[in-house]
Design a protein around this ligand. Structure first.
Ligand SMILES: Cc1cc2nc3c(=O)[nH]c(=O)nc-3n(C[C@H](O)[C@H](O)[C@H](O)COP(=O)(O)OP(=O)(O)OC[C@H]3O[C@@H](n4cnc5c(N)ncnc54)[C@H](O)[C@@H]3O)c2cc1C
Length: 452
């Protein structure tokens, strides 16, 4: 007997596969998502979806190899293929896509930067975020819910006014300073009481800022890069490099020897290890741990990203689509490659949470984890050439590399393709300390621990 579902299949099967939202059998063709394809696959028992990217065997030779399948590596490969039309590109990832910091961060996206270079770079990144779901045909769940930095002293208000006025004057129109009344109307649950530990006077607000779904961003870039011919090789750890003259000729990996004409490192907290494999000793980077926390799910409580940093405390919080409160604080204060955190920071962050949002006092913590930060000496990144002719470096993202990932990929691809830095990233180089042009956004001095 013919079932209803079989009947639907019969109708669907006479339509062209492309019209139905399926790919046509070409391994490089990306499944297009649309309302129609979701509807159609609902009718066919979700049986029409194909895998989102290939799982190719590594080739012996590539024109460009990017080491690191985090957000920066994936975005770089995508823009190399899309913006520069380059082919024969591979990403080598030692684990699985998004298993590093890409899948461990608290997903805050903003562009409230002050220093020349940083300002243009992060604003460009935010503009790329604003169209990313459409560009990748993948919902990265970018939610422009406002970033609200609490202000606790007249000096802090003056400092924020200077920064946010500069932003408005240089192309970031959504920078605002809110007084206490406006803040109370918009974020009613904060600790405004007279005996609060950190009395609040107002806030600096960026309305286009917000959050995105981190693993969706990794998957979106992966499928779009794959569709442009990029080989994404997972479980492929780079263990050493071979050099001839002033160039890297090949990489030894856990899946064999791979030669490359150009090599880009985008390995975040592991940069120093790769740097040693390339034959160098020192880098202006320390690897530190940063923890993140999520609570049990709650009903809607907080509609924005709220941040504060005062009197040695540092804390940021938002609410996920599933209702969990997602929050974090400072680094763990000691250097390590371990992807787990220590208990004193758990206590520190919990104290911050209840001092600013006392209603969280009885909420249970669901999970906490950590990632390895590549903390630079001045808190700003590196997208630059290296002493080797064909090696390019993308590193030093500190706490802030999630928001940067689209622009980081865009400018790193531009650097690798053209073999010269774009003017926006002219100071994102390793020489800037020797040249006396450090990009110390926080004014915290040459100590990586202080650039949170
Ligand atoms: C707890 C936490 C909270 C954060 N919150 C925010 C935030 O709210 N907003 C923000 O903007 N940023 C935030 N960040 C920072 C952000 O996550 C990182 O700066 C960014 O993800 C780093 O770039 P990536 O995604 O490319 O790194 P990763 O995802 O770490 O990618 C590097 C990849 O390189 C691979 N790799 C390493 N060594 C090798 C090797 N030898 N061979 C092959 N592959 C290798 C790793 O496995 C890894 O997958 C946070 C980070 C953490 C840990």
């Amino acid at each position: 007997m013919k079932t209803h579902r079989q009947g639907v299949f019969a109708v669907a099967d006479v339509l062209p596969r492309r019209l139905l939202g399926h790919n046509t059998g070409n391994p490089l063709e990306m499944t297009r998502f649309s309302a129609w394809s979701v509807f159609r696959n609902g009718l066919s028992g979700q049986s029409g979806w194909t895998r989102q990217w290939r799982d190719p065997e590594p080739k012996k030779q590539y024109d460009i190899v990017i080491v690191g399948g985090g957000l920066h590596g994936l975005a770089t490969a995508y823009y190399l293929a899309k913006n520069h039309g380059l082919k024969n590109i591979a990403i080598l990832e030692k684990g699985w896509l998004g298993g590093g910091n890409a899948g461990r961060n608290t997903t805050i996206v903003r562009s409230n930067y002050f220093m020349p270079g940083n300002r243009q770079f992060y604003e460009h990144s935010l503009e790329l975020w604003e169209n990313l779901s459409h560009e990748l045909n993948y919902n990265v769940m970018f939610s422009q819910r406002s970033h609200i930095a609490l202000l606790h002293s007249p000096g802090a208000i003056d400092g924020a006014a200077r920064r946010y006025n500069t932003m408005r004057l240089t192309g970031t129109p959504d920078a605002e300073i809110w007084d206490l009344e406006k803040l109370k109307q918009n974020v009613p649950h904060l600790n405004y009481g007279p005996d609060s530990r950190f009395p609040i006077l107002g806030a600096a607000v960026q309305k286009r800022a917000g959050t995105a779904r981190h693993d969706a961003v990794a998957w979106g870039y992966a499928r779009a890069a794959d569709a442009l011919g990029v080989d994404i090789i997972q479980n492929c750890e780079v263990t050493s490099t071979s050099r001839s003259g002033n160039s890297i000729t090949s990489l030894t990996t856990s899946r064999g020897e791979i030669s490359a004409k150009k090599v880009g490192f985008a390995v975040a907290g592991n940069t120093s290890r790769l740097w040693q494999m390339a034959g160098f000793n020192t880098l202006p980077i320390e690897s530190h741990k940063l923890q993140a926390f999520v609570s049990e799910p709650l009903k809607p409580l907080l509609d924005q990203v709220v941040v504060f940093g005062v009197g040695g405390a540092h804390f940021y919080i938002s609410q996920s689509d599933k209702g969990g409160m997602v929050f974090g604080g400072d680094l763990d204060w000691y250097k390590s490659y371990a992807q787990r955190g220590n208990l004193p920071i758990v206590q520190d962050v919990a104290e911050c949470a209840v001092s600013i949002l006392p209603c969280l006092g009885r909420v249970r913590l669901l999970r906490h984890w950590s990632g390895v930060m590549d903390m630079s000496m001045d808190g700003s990144p590196f997208i630059c050439k290296t002493p080797l002719d064909n090696l390019y470096l993308n590193a030093g993202w500190n706490y802030g590399g999630f928001k940067a990932s689209p622009a980081s990929g865009w400018y790193f691809a531009d650097l690798i393709a053209n073999d010269r830095p774009h003017e926006t990233i002219a100071n994102f180089n390793l020489d800037r300390f020797a040249q006396g042009v450090s990009l110390d956004e926080r004014g915290a001095g040459p100590d990586p621990k202080l650039h949170g």
